[in-house]
Design a protein around this ligand. Structure first.
Ligand code: DGJ
Length: 478
């Protein structure tokens, strides 16, 4: 590097340091360069700016890259399978779109079907990447089958091989894969009308089911299995079976994959922070290995199309080998190099906040620095502090301290609440307070006449009509 470049780089670093000192970022003061912050419960964008379509997905680590795969569906009445997309990242935050690894045109059997919960493992003996998934015909969930596809490269176009019930016998819906330390691989899926959870050993090429090795918790109706192994313990995380709606995640453990499983223990909140798990990825770094719970906030739970689903990621806390917990954090910071997952828990600003105290601890209306991702923060940062600018004694604008931009909604576009440059100062950025009793107020948007609404766990920030008189539209502006 020549001297001019070097001094430019120094100036850039000083600028970044100053920016951080001034509270320009919501990461607490200890943030490091390699640390990346994720705003939970949003549909993140890839590095090209497109919404990530990797729902009900899985992750695979190879070389320095994490590969994230997941499903995108068609906008037809049955929400049929369109494709499985693959993204890759070194830091678990910045995702490059890599390839569409399987599409509805990859096989005639995929033309009109549902594919859910794809997962990949690598077979060292055959040098093949093996993709397993849940398979149904287009309009219902009656087939209850598993399907398999292969590729000789991680990001290749996968060849669809077959779909059937395991051992041509067992119903099979929500599913996952697990590869053990000795290379033995397992397919785990909800069986018997989702009442039971079956663990099957795969054949040595991973292309077929070899044997049923365990049936767990018969009659318990568990879905969304995700398995890891840590300290010689296998852990299986599952959800309840309530369609697209949320329910209580539970975990169990055993030192033998085929027997001795514990009973189910609850983890997270009763709604699992409005999410359903899809995978647990170990983040193996220089300092530690963390375990990241990856989950979907299904759009179907809000009556929206599948492709608008959001992502919820949390660290699993191992309090002991037999006790695992998980907490809600609106933002988490992941350091893929060190393996540390750092929760953003420290207030870094003071000022006017737009607060909710229903349902959980105090949370504060926040919008990520780029205006993209609304969230309800549990800390007060420059993303959640606002300056009230009076317009006419009744209406006012809310200027975010972090960006200097206004809280905004364009009713002609969609009901997404975001930020806009302060040159926009008309009715789309104007709000008034409507008394809601008990010290609470509604925030009424001038151009639409609608009220601001949010739910506790993350996003869901939108405008709703004034028939929505519940707590979700009540705020404390203080
Ligand atoms: C819950 C399952 O976990 C999802 O994968 C999906 O199959 C939905 N049910 C469909 O209602």
């Amino acid at each position: 590097m020549n001297k001019a470049n070097w001094s430019m780089k120094l100036v850039a670093h000083l600028f970044v340091a100053l920016f951080v000192l001034l509270g320009g970022t919501n990461v607490v003061q200890t943030a490091t360069a390699a640390e990346q912050v994720i705003v939970n419960a949003n549909q993140w964008k890839d590095t090209s700016g497109n919404p990530i379509q990797a729902h009900a997905g899985g992750m695979f680590k190879e070389g320095g890259y994490y590969y994230w795969i997941g499903v995108e569906r068609n906008f037809d009445t049955d929400w049929t399978f369109k494709q499985i997309n693959m993204y890759r990242s070194t830091d678990l935050k910045n995702w490059d779109y890599v390839n569409t690894i399987l599409t509805q045109n990859s096989s005639p059997d995929l033309n009109w079907c549902k594919i859910e919960r794809p997962k990949i493992i690598y077979n060292a003996a055959t040098s093949q990447y093996v993709l397993w998934m849940h398979y149904e015909e287009g309009s219902n969930y009656n087939l209850a089958q598993a399907a398999v596809a292969v590729s000789s490269s991680i990001d290749g176009n996968y060849t669809f091989l077959s779909h059937s019930r395991p051992l041509n016998t067992y119903m099979s819906r929500d599913a996952t894969l697990f590869k053990d330390d000795d290379g033995t691989a397992y397919f785990i899926s909800s069986a018997n009308g989702n009442a039971d959870m079956n663990i099957y050993r795969l054949t040595s090429d991973y292309l077929n089911i070899d044997a049923l090795v365990a049936t767990l918790w018969p009659g318990s109706y568990r879905e969304a299995p995700a398995m890891i192994k840590r300290n010689g313990y296998y852990y299986l995380l599952t959800s309840g079976a309530t369609g697209w709606s949320y329910n209580q995640a539970k975990y169990a453990y055993s030192t033998n994959i085929a027997s001795g499983w514990s009973s189910l223990s609850s983890i997270g909140s009763p709604s699992t922070y409005e999410s359903q798990g899809n995978y647990i990825i170990p983040v193996i770094g220089t300092n530690e290995t963390s375990y990241l719970y990856m989950a979907d906030r299904h759009a179907g739970a809000f009556g929206e199309h599948f492709n608008y689903g959001k992502y919820v990621w949390h660290e699993l806390q191992f309090n002991s080998n037999t006790n695992v917990s998980m907490s809600w954090y609106p933002k988490i910071a992941i350091n893929a190099a060190t393996g540390e997952i750092h929760k953003v828990t420290q207030n870094v600003d003071t000022g006017l906040v737009i607060k909710k105290d229903f349902g959980m601890e105090n949370t504060f209306l926040s919008i990520s620095y780029d205006g993209e991702y609304p969230y309800m923060s549990t800390i007060i940062s420059a993303e959640s502090t606002w300056i009230k600018e009076d317009v006419d004694g009744t209406y006012f604008r809310l200027k975010q301290k972090r960006t200097g931009k206004y809280l905004y909604n364009d009713p002609a576009a969609d009901n997404k609440v975001s930020l806009v440059d302060p040159t926009w100062n008309g009715p789309n950025v104007q709000w008034k307070l409507v008394d809601a009793g008990g010290g609470y107020a509604r925030l009424e948007h001038r151009s639409s006449g609608m009220w601001l609404r949010s739910y506790p766990y993350g996003a869901g920030l939108s405008l709703v009509d004034t028939s929505n008189t519940g707590n979700h539209t009540k705020w404390l502006v203080q």
